[in-house]
Write a protein that binds this ligand. Sequence first.
Ligand code: 4AD
Ligand code: MG
Length: 430
Amino acid sequence: MARVDLASIGQFVGQSVTFGGWLTRKRSSGKIQFLQIRDGMGFIQGVLVKAEVDEAVWEKAGQLTQESSFYVTGIVREEPRSSSGYELSVTGIEIIQIAKDYPITPKEHGVDFLMDHRHLWLRAPRQRAILRIRAEIISAIQSFFDERGFTLVDPPILTPSSCEGTTNLFHTKYFDEDAYLTQSGQLYMEAAAMALGKVYSFGPTFRAEKSKTRRHLIEFWMIEPEMAFVDHEENLNVQEQFIGYIVDRILSKCRAELSVLERDVAALERVKPPFPRITYDEALDLLKEIGMELPWGEDFGAPHETAIAEKFDRPVFITHYPASFKAFYMKPDPNRPEVVLCADMIAPEGYGEIIGGSQRIDDPELLAERFSEHELTEEAYGWYMDLRKYGTVPHSGFGLGLERVVAWICGLDHVRETIAFPRTLYRLYP
Ligand code: 4AD
Ligand code: MG
C-alpha cells in the first residue's frame, strides 16, 4: 500500500492508508484509545475501540509513549469536531521505536532548558509554525525580487575586511592570512549591481555583538538588494513594496500557523504601503515631546525606536541620520552634508529596525576622503574604489534582517525562536 502524508489526508476519506508518525499524546478510557499522531506535515487523531480492533494492535497502541515512532494503518474519516477535520480508525500499528522519558513534557519548561533541547523543541506546534512562516517569508522574498528582474548573487562569507565597522568582526585564519566572517555582503553586491543592474543576495552574516538583547543574533540571515541608477527615494519605494508583499503573502498562506501563534492579524493587515517617513531630526522632536530627549548626533537605542514606532500603525522610515555614526559608504545629502541619504525601517509593535539602507557614495574623490577618515587601506578596499573609477553611477540598496522580520510577523518576544538553531551570545550548543 502506498504511504501518504497528513498534509494530503483529505483526499483519502473512506480509504485505508498507511503513514509514518510520532505520538504526541495519548488518552485512554480502557475501552477506547485516542492517539494524537504527527507526521511532520500534519496532525490526526487515531481512534482504537477495544471491542473492534485486533488484540495485538490494541496492545501496541498501549505501549506507545510520547515521541515513539511507528507506522500506522487505518481508515480516514471526516470528523468536523477534530482540529484537523479528520480522524483515523486505526487497524494496524508497526512500532519503529518506543521513546523513553522524552524530556519535553506538556508541562512548562524554562527557556534555558528548552534552548538546551532545541533539537527536540523544534517538534512543538509553536516552533513548527514559526519555521513554516520563516520558510514562506523566504519564498516571498525570492519571488518579489525574481519577479522584478533582480539577479540572485552570492557574496563571499570569508572576507579580508569589514563592511559595517570593525567592532563586531568574527576573526579567523585563512591559511597564513587573517580573515573575517562576513558582516554584510553589501560591498560585493555593489560590484554585482554594476555588472547586472539589479541584484540581491540572501545569506548568513555574522556579528560578534556583545549585546544580549531580544533583537540580536550572532549569526543571522540577511537579504541585500543593490540597484544601479536608483536613488534614495526610489530605494524607499522598493522597500515598502517589498515589506507589503511579504506580509500579504503570509496573511494569505499562513493563517493556520498565525493562529497557532495567536498572532493579532489585524495589526498585520494594516501593513500597506506607503509607509510614513520622518527624518532623524523629526524623530528627535518626537522623542523630546514624550520626555526622551537626545542630543543631536546621538544614535537611537531600542527604547527610542520602540517609542517612535508606537506613533505609527505600520512600519516607519527614519531618514537622514547624522553621517557621524553611520557607515563610511553612505552618500551625504547634497543640501545638508552633515546627514546622509539613508533610512532605517522600524517595525511596529516594538520589533525595532528591520531594514537598514542607503544611497551609496558614487563620487571617487569623496569616497577617497572617507577611506582616509576611516583608515581603510587601498590594499584591502582598492577593488571597491575601482567601482567608482570605471563607470560610477548613482546606486542604492538595503539589508533586511530575516530573523527580525520573522519575530515581528510571528509576534515573538525574542529572535531566538526565529531560526532552527540560533547562535546567541554564549550559546553554541546544540
Ligand atoms: O543595518 P545593518 O547593519 O546594515 C547593513 O549591514 C548594510 N550593509 C545593509 C545594506 O545596505 N546592504 O543591518 C541590516 C539589518 C538590520 O536592519 C537588522 O534588521 C539586521 O540586519 N541585523 C540583525 N539581525 C539580527 N541580529 C543582529 N545582530 C543584527 N544586526 C543587524
Ligand atoms: Mg542598521
